[in-house]
Design a protein. Structure first.
Length: 480
């Protein structure tokens, strides 16, 4: 994690300690309390919560705002709670992976819901007709995916594995991590010992974690550990990895000597890395470097809500934009007449096609999947002509990365501005947009509502990442 908030020399403050008691008015998405000094200057205070009266240590100042860390609390918020992780806090060496553990989990959800509403209005000038009830789930042991940095610290004679310290390039000295599955959290110290025993301990900078479901989707299955190694591993090191896997249930080692396309299993065979969507009778195999949602519990609920909001009928054609592995596409194929999945990556298109073929046959709980195909498109370079070429659809599911779906929304708006078409192409009657960035959702919602002829009938927050500032959300657009 890079230090984006540490002051440079121009920001240095000669007298950093502030004696003024400030009343905290709100919380921003970096979990900083927002207050105003007597002279009107806005102050962002790390560690402070709304309605608290605090003093702070100012460490950065600009013309019209300042930033600091809480040093004293005179009136404490009723929503302040004891953090669930010993490595969370404002102390030196604290882990920077979470930002909100000191705030009650229900209050975190409320903050994120408000952030969604504020972004939609201030950036897109859109007010949803209905605010959906937030989707929330377990707040601990939810994170089935993580990129863990690894560093052998010569001076300490030890290996560190985990996330970076708060506002630092250094790794936190983590012994546990309560947001990871309990089985993985308990494995951190043994992993540190394992890497310390390797001949290659100096040239292994990262372990990527990806956990799969057991076949019944109710517990942890495969624990895939992708070891990034800058030099070839010795036979002795490979055996050490195998021994570790044998001693820790579910562990499956993958090796990554170079880029993501070089990832391969240490030993072929073994159980398949996959997650389930039992409501739809679908199982999704994936590779540990493929994009999947980090929180499988929320993902299952999110897919169910998205399909209920889309309300696909058996005679309808649906397009799933930014379809990835088919997380929404395959469930859609249990409801629709025909589905088209569109993704920017040829590799993911191939993987999604394979997943469809694996799941296509009928099961006792459902019929065979509907006709479905996947194609690769550069979705950040969409044009009206490309949109028309993919054919009309009754409904769309849109699930873009953080950059949003601006080109797609713009192409739809341009077609709307052109008026009725002679080729028979018609815009979708309903769009369900799943977002991982409220600001790009707001921008695209503004286009859909003000230029493409849609109403925003509903929107709501999805707490995919408890204790962090990440805001996932879902919005529904109806043809006006």
């Amino acid at each position: 994690m890079t230090d984006s908030t540490t002051a440079d020399k121009a920001d240095a403050v000669p007298a950093p300690y502030e004696d003024e008691w400030l009343k905290v008015e709100s919380l921003d998405l970096d979990a900083q309390g927002v207050a105003h000094k007597a002279d009107g200057m806005v102050v962002f205070i790390e560690g402070a919560l709304p309605f608290e009266e605090v003093k702070f240590n100012q460490h950065r100042k600009k013309n019209n705002w300042a930033q600091g860390t809480v040093t004293a609390i005179r009136r404490e918020s009723s929503q302040r709670v004891r953090p669930g992780c010993p490595h969370f806090g404002l102390h030196t060496g604290a882990c920077g992976g979470c930002k909100m553990q000191h705030l009650d989990a229900a209050a975190q959800v409320a903050v994120k819901q408000r952030a969604l509403e504020d972004n939609l209005w201030h950036l897109g000038k859109v007010r949803p007709e209905t605010m959906l009830r937030p989707l929330a789930g377990p707040t601990w042991h939810y994170r089935y995916r993580a990129r863990l940095s690894v560093r052998y610290v010569v001076k300490k004679g030890t290996v560190l594995i985990g996330f970076h310290e708060r506002k630092s390039r250094y790794l936190a000295d983590m012994e546990v991590c309560p947001v990871l599955p309990a089985q993985v959290s308990e494995m951190l110290m043994p992993l540190r010992a394992l890497i310390g025993s390797l001949d290659a301990r100096d040239t292994c900078p990262q372990i990527e974690l990806a956990c799969g479901d057991a076949p019944d989707s109710t517990r942890l299955g495969v624990i895939a550990l992708v070891l990034r190694h800058l030099q070839p591993l010795s036979a002795a090191d490979l055996q050490r990895l195998r021994d570790f896997a044998a001693q820790n249930e579910g562990v499956q080692w993958w090796l990554q000597p170079k880029g993501p396309d070089t990832v391969k299993l240490l030993d072929e065979g073994g159980p398949l890395l996959a997650y389930g969507l039992p409501e739809f009778g679908v199982t999704m195999p994936f590779k540990p470097t493929d994009f999947t949602q980090v929180n499988p519990n929320i993902n299952r609920v999110l897919v169910g809500r998205a399909l209920r909001l889309l309300d696909v009928q058996p005679d309808e054609r649906v397009i799933d934009w930014f379809c990835g592995l088919g997380n929404f596409t395959l469930p859609l194929a249990t409801r629709a007449r025909e589905v088209l999945g569109i993704e920017g990556s040829d590799t993911l298109v191939a993987r999604a096609t394979d997943n469809f073929q694996r799941n296509r046959p009928a099961l006792p709980a459902r019929g065979a999947l509907a006709a479905t195909r996947f194609v690769a498109r550069d979705l950040f370079e969409m044009t009206p002509e490309m949109l028309v070429a993919d054919g009309a659809a009754d409904k769309w599911l849109v699930d873009p990365p953080r950059e949003g779906a601006f080109a797609l929304a713009k192409a739809l708006a341009d077609l709307h501005q052109q008026g009725e078409r002679s080729d028979g192409w018609t815009p979708p009657g309903r769009i369900v947009y799943v977002s991982c960035n409220p600001s790009t959702l707001a921008r695209d919602a503004g286009l859909l509502v003000h230029q493409a002829g849609y109403r925003c009938t509903a929107a709501g927050m999805v707490n995919m990442f408890p204790h962090t500032a990440h805001v996932e959300s879902i919005a529904v657009f109806e043809r006006a």
